[in-house]
Design a protein. Structure first.
Length: 368
C-alpha cells in the first residue's frame, strides 16, 4: 500500500548534479513505498526515472517577472489529479509557478538550496522583477529549507531573516546500492573529466585539461575522456586539439556511472566527486576558480562540508598534483579509495540523509 504521493520539481531531466541527486532521491522514496511524480522538462535521464517507477510529466518552466499564474493553475490541476501530499522544489527557476500552486492548493512544500555559489539570489532579484518579494514569501512559508552546506544556510538566513529551526543541512548524498563491488584502479592512466561545458565552468575545465596534459608528459599512455555538453564545447575542443590522439569527447550521457567505473582518475566538481569516491576512484576537485585538490582521507570531511567545491580547501599547485599522482602505487591507491569510500558510506548515504514531512505537520499546514 502506498504511503503517499510526492511531487519533485526541477528544470529538466538532463545531466547534472541536481538531476542525479533527484534520481537517487526518487529511487529511495520509491523503495520506501511512496509514489513519485517528477515535474520537469524531458531529457536524457527521463528513461532512468521511468524505469524506477516514477511518473514523469513533461513541463517546461519559464522564469517570469512575478508569479506565473497560467503555469501555476496547470500545476494545481496536476497536484489534484495525482493527489500530491507534499512537494519538493529543487531549483529556484521553478518557484514562480510551483510556489503559488502549493499555496492555493494547501499543499506543503520543501524548498531546496542546492547551490553553493554566492550571489544566486541577487542574480534572480536583479534579472526578474518581483523575485525579492517572491523569495521572501517562498522561504517563509516553506515547511523546511534543505541546504547542502552551512554556508548556504547562513547566506539564506542573513538575506531573508528566516527562523533557525526551519533549516536542515543535508550534504549531497548518494544511493550506494548502485556501487556494489567497485573496481579499484591498479595504476594511474585513464582520466575522466565530467562537467557541463558552460561559461561558469570554463576555468575549472581548462585547469582539468591542464592537469591531464601535465600528467601525459610523465606517462605517454595516459588517456582522457570528457563527458558533458554546453555552450563552450568548441572552446574545449580547441583546448584538447594538441592531445586529440589521447582524448575523446563523449558529449552528454546518462550512463555516467558506467563511464566512471572504466577510469582511474575523475577530475570534476561537486556531486561528480562524490560519485567518483563511491566508485573507488582517485578524485580531484578542479574548482570554479581553477584550484586543485586531491581528495584523501585527511581532507575528505572538510571537502564534503563545502559539497566538494574545494572552496574551503588550500589549493594544491599543479606540480604537486602531478607528483602525488606519479608516486601512487597499487597499495597507496587502495588505501586512499577505501578510506574515502568508507567515509562517504557512513556520512553521505542517502538512506540516512532523506527528509520527509511529518504527517502531523502536513495536517497543520493544510488546515491552518
Amino acid at each position: 500500500m502506498s504511503k503517499g504521493n510526492i511531487m519533485l520539481c526541477l528544470l529538466r531531466l538532463d545531466i547534472g548534479g541536481i538531476e542525479t541527486y533527484v534520481l537517487n532521491q526518487t529511487k529511495e522514496l520509491i523503495s520506501r513505498g511512496y509514489n513519485i511524480v517528477i515535474l520537469a522538462k524531458d531529457g536524457i535521464y527521463k528513461d532512468k526515472f521511468q524505469s524506477l517507477g516514477a511518473i514523469c510529466i513533461n513541463f517546461e518552466f519559464k522564469i517570469s517577472q512575478g508569479y506565473d499564474i497560467e503555469q501555476s493553475k496547470k500545476i494545481e490541476d496536476i497536484i489534484k489529479q495525482y493527489q500530491i501530499s507534499e512537494v519538493h522544489i529543487h531549483q529556484f527557476d521553478c518557484i514562480t509557478a510551483v510556489f503559488p500552486a502549493c499555496v492555493n492548493s494547501n499543499t506543503p512544500y520543501i524548498g531546496y538550496v542546492h547551490t553553493g555559489i554566492t550571489g544566486a539570489y541577487d542574480w534572480f532579484e536583479g534579472a526578474f522583477t518581483g523575485y525579492d518579494t517572491i523569495f521572501n514569501m517562498y522561504f517563509e512559508l516553506a515547511e523546511k529549507i534543505i541546504a547542502i552546506t552551512e554556508e548556504a544556510v547562513e547566506e539564506n538566513k542573513a538575506k531573508y531573516n528566516i527562523s533557525e529551526n526551519k533549516y536542515i543541512i543535508q550534504h549531497n548524498s548518494i544511493d550506494f546500492s548502485e556501487f556494489s563491488n567497485p573496481i579499484i584502479p591498479k595504476k594511474i592512466e585513464n582520466f575522466l573529466i565530467i562537467s557541463r561545458l558552460d561559461e561558469e565552468k570554463k576555468l575549472s575545465l581548462k585547469n582539468s585539461i591542464n592537469i591531464f596534459k601535465a600528467y601525459l608528459k610523465e606517462n605517454e599512455n595516459a588517456k582522457l575522456t570528457i563527458v558533458g555538453d554546453g555552450l563552450i564545447k568548441e572552446y574545449i575542443e580547441q583546448e584538447v586539439e594538441d592531445i586529440k590522439e589521447n582524448c575523446k569527447m563523449l558529449g552528454a550521457r546518462n550512463d555516467v556511472l558506467d563511464i566512471i567505473k572504466q577510469n582511474d582518475v575523475v577530475i570534476a566538481l561537486d556531486r561528480c566527486i562524490l560519485e567518483a569516491i563511491t566508485c573507488k576512484k582517485i578524485a580531484i576537485i578542479s574548482g570554479y576558480n581553477g584550484s586543485n585538490n586531491i581528495i584523501i582521507p585527511e581532507n575528505i570531511k572538510k571537502a564534503a562540508d563545502s559539497n566538494f567545491s574545494g572552496k574551503n580547501l588550500e589549493n594544491q599547485k599543479l606540480d604537486e598534483v602531478i607528483e602525488f599522482l606519479k608516486n601512487l602505487n597499487e597499495e597507496k591507491i587502495e588505501k586512499i579509495v577505501n578510506q574515502n569510500y568508507e567515509f562517504a558510506y557512513q556520512n553521505l548515504n542517502i538512506k540516512n540523509n532523506l527528509y520527509l514531512l511529518d504527517r502531523n505537520l502536513r495536517k497543520q499546514y493544510m488546515y491552518r
